[in-house]
Design a protein around this ligand. Structure first.
Ligand code: NAD
Length: 308
């Protein structure tokens, strides 16, 4: 367990940045990487920067890190902790992954993108380095089916819940080739250093907690549409009234990200065998329309609720 001292998180979105914050808070050296932006934003143009400038190339990772200090009503991490997170990008800094003990993938919920990323990581992988995915429910085995058995022996799913700073649950999902010693090491590290309650899950669609939770969210969403209820009304009765947090249903969806939730719907629908269950995971037209209009939830400032 003392072995994990240096961790890289890939993907500086809702989860990646927050996982990086949680690791830094536990005193672990943390590197946060994202892709290189394809175009300049207004501020960069005004400063005369180009796509070759480091500030532009690292912008997505830096933005994810900065977001940790803008959380409302209060940042989840102190500035001194967030400052310790190093940032970079996947084009210039892939080699830096060779120096870390654990790489956590937290990029967009898309099998092909994850597969491509793991084959790039395998090119710099060295024995001993643990690699994991934070997927909400894509098959862990499918993600690395093109990788070597040695690489797969060090690979597993490490499913953190949102926000990782406060959600105690961590699901560990081994592949059919994952070394038992790696699972044991990760379990001990997650419990002792990250304060997590670890549950071992099989590689079934959405694993355990999301298989139940997402089903509940999907059914509640459909009920809201059928019965023409307002999101706020639903949150009122499914939240504190039931002993759950205020962010019960639709505030939870805003927190998760509506685009990510669509990926989850699609993943379950494509992978469950039961025809009735498949129907539950047809993406509601309203949800698709919101995402098509750029309403991604809290991360874009507008979802079912407006983030001010
Ligand atoms: P997000 O949309 O907030 O962030 C995704 C990140 O992936 C972005 O920073 C984006 O720049 C990056 N990205 C996009 N294309 C890429 C590519 N080709 N290569 C590398 N990076 C790329 O998503 P998120 O909510 O942080 O989710 C990340 C992962 O964590 C997903 O697998 C998701 O299912 C899972 N997850 C999400 C939640 C949640 O509540 N949002 C909870 C648990 C697990």
């Amino acid at each position: 367990m003392a072995r994990i001292k240096h961790v890289a998180v890939i993907g500086a979105g809702v989860m990646g940045a927050a996982i990086a914050g949680h690791l830094a808070n536990a005193g672990i050296r943390t590197l946060l990487l994202d892709i290189v932006p394809r175009e300049l934003n207004d501020k960069e143009q005004a400063k005369g920067l180009t796509l070759e400038d480091k500030a532009v190339r690292n912008r997505l990772a830096q933005t994810g890190k900065d977001r940790l200090l803008k959380e409302k009503p209060a940042p989840l991490f102190h500035k001194s902790i967030v400052e310790r997170i190093e940032v970079g990008n996947l084009e210039d800094d892939l080699d830096r992954l060779g120096k870390v003990d654990w790489v956590i993938e937290a990029v967009v919920e898309n099998l092909k993108i994850k597969q491509d990323l793991f084959s790039r990581i395998e090119s710099i992988w060295k024995p001993g380095m643990i690699v994991s995915s934070n997927t909400s429910g894509i098959s862990i085995n499918d993600m690395v089916e093109g990788c070597s058995t040695e690489f797969r022996s060090h690979f597993l799913g490490t499913h953190f819940f949102n926000p990782p700073r406060y959600m105690k649950l961590l699901e560990l999902i081994p592949t059919k080739d994952t070394d038992h010693a790696i699972v044991d090491e990760m379990k001990a590290f997650a419990e002792d250093r990250l304060g997590k309650g670890v549950v071992l899950a099989k590689d079934t669609p959405n694993f355990i907690a999301n298989r139940i939770g997402v089903y509940g969210l999907a059914v509640t969403f459909q009920k809201m549409l059928d019965e023409k209820l307002a999101p706020d009304e639903v949150d009122t009765v499914t939240g504190r009234a039931m002993g759950r947090p205020k962010s019960a249903t639709f505030r939870t969806l805003d927190l998760v990200g509506l685009d990510t939730f669509i990926h989850v719907y699609n993943n379950v629908r494509e992978n469950v065998k039961d025809e009735e269950e498949k129907k539950t995971f047809e993406v509601p037209a309203l949800l698709q329309e919101m995402v098509d209009n750029g309403w991604y939830g809290a991360k874009s400032g507008q979802g079912f609720f407006k983030k001010v």
